[in-house]
Design a binder for this molecule. Structure first.
Ligand code: MSP
Length: 508
């Protein structure tokens, strides 16, 4: 039985349409999911939409429509985006679905039974934008004299009846969790931030609201709706039925969970979430990885600055795999990064068009021109050829290590070093001269180059699945299910290749 692996994106707020931040989290998670699948795991990948809370209700009110209508409309846009980004998700969960509502209420019941929830009154600051409560000491004064969050979100003073979760009781247990499982939060710098936040002291957390209605009713008291984060976080176990009364055959995935989130929502995932789960005697996810944020040409991305990047526009202008490659390669996963069209064009022209595109184009067009499209058989291999072939296995081994630590950019670098060395090999062999004076060596060089291209085509699949398919199609290799372990199982000897298609046109 293959081992299970469950990976999730955050579920996206439907008050607005998708932007590059959503596309980034999704594409990175997709790359990790596809990689694990290639490694031989039984992979489950979930994404979806976060549809309750004041933020959504206000957005609907502003448009003069019902919250549910806004949710239906925008959730569909996010679901369409999963197709546009070529995500391999097996589930798209919405928090307005009954399977989710049931699971969220079940978690509430468990917390209540374990005496983890009590009724009181909340008085304090709240950011509707982040759907988060703030201590005054964590806020700053804006130019208009009003308090705001460090990321610039306005806050409102609220005072209302509320149930509280006894978060303060969990500080020690959380610190113990972080110490015993040093890989629970990644990367290291983010882990340290969480630890110092928890060491700074945790207050009990308000987990219900009474001043508006757009949410999941608390099962014990219909005057309250659940705090949107408690509601939303349960989407992860709900997608595999782990919180349902009648567990299903997907529930085993829960103990193998990795959450990919942006740094802004790490606290909710690495502090509140494990505390809720421990308080309900439930199993914890294995890993929470926080990635950084993109700026746009050096500026913070914000609606008010009018510089929100629409991933759909970028994809239609530059291509999906070009976009996927750029966002995964440009910035070490976990760091902040800057999006610029200049940098995107550079990556397309140099890494994709020059390095990968040219390698395929130059060698395969020779097969067409001199060999009538038939890949020749090889003669005796020299040492460098044997080494290049073997290296593909080493790359896979090293990549598995890197990807277990979510080092997506390092995995890509490894492949591109390989591509460059294959290019160098091809150049050094000068097949355009061999064709005139040493046909045996010419045949061998072309056979080996085609085989190396086949290997590269397989290894890049998690990053650029379409390109991987195109490359394998060009060399006419039909692999039903791609896997790393079968990298040596195919031979290119004697294959009649297909007409070439240009992989990455250069951009001016
Ligand atoms: N609904 C919550 C998540 C609940 S999960 C139980 C939420 N949604 S969100 O739509 O606001 O954000 C989703 C993701 O987009 C977050 O991981 C966030 O970090 C990411 N990004 C939003 N803007 C971003 C950038 N400018 N750059 C990179 N990612 C950013 O939070």
């Amino acid at each position: 039985m293959p081992k299970k692996f469950y990976i999730t994106t955050p579920i996206y707020y439907v008050n607005d349409v998708p932007h590059i931040g959503h596309a980034y989290t999704s594409v990175a998670t997709d790359c990790l999911a596809r990689f694990k699948k290639m490694e031989g795991f039984d992979v489950r990948f979930q994404t979806g939409t976060d549809e309750h809370g004041l933020k959504i209700q206000k957005a609907a009110d502003k448009l003069g429509i019902k919250p549910m209508d806004l949710c239906d409309k925008n959730s569909k846009i996010f679901e369409d985006l999963t197709k546009m980004l070529n995500l391999s998700n097996n589930d798209f969960i919405r928090t307005t679905e009954s399977r989710h509502v049931e699971g969220a209420q079940n978690l509430w019941d468990k917390l209540q039974k374990n005496d983890q929830i009590y009724l009181d009154e909340y008085e304090g600051w709240y950011s509707i934008n982040d759907e988060t409560f703030y201590n005054e000491k964590d806020l700053i004064k804006g130019e208009d004299g009003n308090l705001k969050t460090l990321t610039g979100s306005p806050v409102d003073w609220i005072a209302e009846k509320s149930y509280f979760f006894k978060l303060s009781e969990w500080s020690e247990k959380l610190l113990e969790l972080y110490t015993k499982n040093p890989n629970f939060i990644k990367p290291e710098s983010k882990r340290n931030e969480v630890i110092s936040f928890v060491k700074g002291g945790l207050k009990d957390l308000s987990v219900s609201r009474t001043s508006f209605k757009w949410g999941i009713k608390t099962p014990n008291d219909s005057d309250h709706i659940m705090y949107v984060w408690l509601d939303a976080l349960t989407c992860y176990p709900n997608g595999v039925g782990y919180l349902s009364e009648s567990k299903n055959d997907l529930s085993d995935f829960w103990s193998e969970t990795t959450h990919i989130v942006g740094k802004d929502i790490l606290r909710h995932h690495a502090v509140y979430w494990p505390a809720f789960l421990m308080a309900a005697n439930l199993e914890l996810p294995k890993r929470i990885f926080a990635h950084g944020w993109w700026t746009n040409e050096g500026n913070k991305i914000s609606k008010s600055l009018g510089n929100v990047i629409d991933p759909i526009n970028i994809i239609s202008e530059y291509g999906l795999d070009q976009f996927r490659y750029f966002i995964l390669r440009e910035v070490p996963f976990g760091n902040d990064g800057d999006f610029s069209i200049k940098a995107l064009k550079n990556r397309i022209n140099s890494d994709l068009s020059n390095d990968l595109g040219n390698l395929c184009q130059r060698s395969l067009s020779m097969v067409h021109k001199h060999l009538n499209g038939n890949i020749p058989n090889k003669g005796t291999l020299n040492l460098s050829e044997e080494k290049l072939i073997k290296r593909s296995e080493k790359i896979i081994e090293e990549s598995i290590n890197l990807m277990n630590n979510q080092k997506i950019h390092e995995y890509i670098k490894l492949i591109w070093n390989y591509i460059n060395d294959v290019n160098k090999y091809f150049n050094d062999q000068k097949p355009w001269e061999l064709v005139k004076n040493d046909i045996d060596r010419f045949n061998t060089v072309l056979n080996i180059t085609c085989d190396l291209i086949r290997r590269i085509g397989i290894i890049i699949y998690p990053i650029m699945p379409d390109t991987s398919n195109k490359i394998l199609k060009m060399i006419n290799i039909d692999i039903k299910e791609l896997s790393f372990s079968s990298i040596n199982d195919y031979s290119v000897d004697g294959i009649k290749i297909n007409p070439l298609s240009q992989l990455f046109p250069r951009i001016d």
